[in-house]
Design a protein around this ligand. Structure first.
Ligand SMILES: Nc1ncnc2c1ncn2[C@@H]1O[C@H](COP(=O)(O)OP(=O)(O)OP(=O)(O)O)[C@@H](O)[C@H]1O
Ligand SMILES: [Mg+2]
Length: 238
């Protein structure tokens, strides 16, 4: 896969003040590949995404996108390089409408292309269409999460980091989020998904990384992971 590598994270360490949280995380994402980061609460999954995005700059190690070093670069530059981030906490402009929020995100990709339209977003999540003229601040938490995800897609990233997109959503919406992630893959955009619901991660990922205590403790296919009882017991069971 070496010539197809989009993102290469190598031996990344990260600290929150004096607290050493990431202890040498390494992972790779090929162009257009969907991978998942799974693990127990507090294992370092969100911190890994923040370190890639430059929101918690790595204290050492390397983050390369298409061979270009991004570690130590500010988040806005990493965003412009083609990485989008959908955090756990929803991030909408509360005083703008749903449609205005979406239009704020519209931007051609680094290759000049537009892969998605506003209508695509409304097709994924009809609820956003119904509420297109509503202030985003009055949406439910789940709707705000969808809106954040859609706004990111409209920026045509090469890689999208999505942190627990289905947390607290009704089952029907969870299914729509799963569909949306599969469609992102069909459009050739790479995804790093952090997901507590193993069923979704297994369905959409080609490979999965298991995290424990700030390290990657296992990498394998969904098939390998789901059939590894010891691994499930040691690193995933709650
Ligand atoms: N802002 C912060 N300041 C200090 N420590 C933090 C901060 N955010 C997270 N941590 C700590 O870093 C470790 C990794 O947290 P992280 O948020 O990456 O975990 P996670 O795998 O995303 O799990 P979850 O989302 O369930 O909390 C945990 O021990 C957590 O307590
Ligand atoms: Mg987290």
């Amino acid at each position: 896969m070496s010539q197809d590598i989009l993102l290469k994270v190598d031996n990344v360490h990260a600290h929150y003040d004096k607290s050493h949280v990431l202890h040498g995380v390494s992972l790779e994402v090929a162009k257009g590949e969907t991978i998942s980061l799974i693990g127990r609460n507090g294992s370092g999954r969100s911190t890994t995404l923040k370190a890639i995005m430059g929101l918690l700059p790595p204290s050492s190690g390397s983050v390369q996108l298409n061979g270009r070093e991004l570690a130590g670069r500010p988040a806005y530059e990493i965003c412009r390089a083609g990485i989008a981030y959908v955090p756990e906490e929803r991030e909408v402009f509360a005083n703008l409408t749903v449609e205005e929020n979406l239009r704020m995100g519209e931007q051609a990709g680094v290759d000049g292309t537009h892969k998605w339209s506003l209508q695509d977003m409304f097709d994924y999540f009809p609820r956003l269409k119904e509420r297109r003229n509503t202030y985003a601040g009055s949406l439910s938490g789940g709707e705000q999460q969808m809106l954040t995800m859609c706004r990111s897609l409209l920026g045509n990233p090469q890689l999208i980091l999505i942190d627990e997109p289905t947390e607290g959503l009704a089952p029907m919406i969870v299914a729509a989020v799963g569909e949306c992630i599969q469609d992102i893959h069909r459009k050739g955009v790479a995804v790093i998904l952090v997901e507590q619901k193993l069923a979704i991660a297994l369905k959409v990922s080609s490979r999965m990384y298991v995290m424990g205590q700030g390290c990657i403790v296992y990498e394998g296919s969904p098939h390998e992971i789901v059939n590894n009882e010891q691994l499930l017991a040691d690193w995933l069971a709650v």
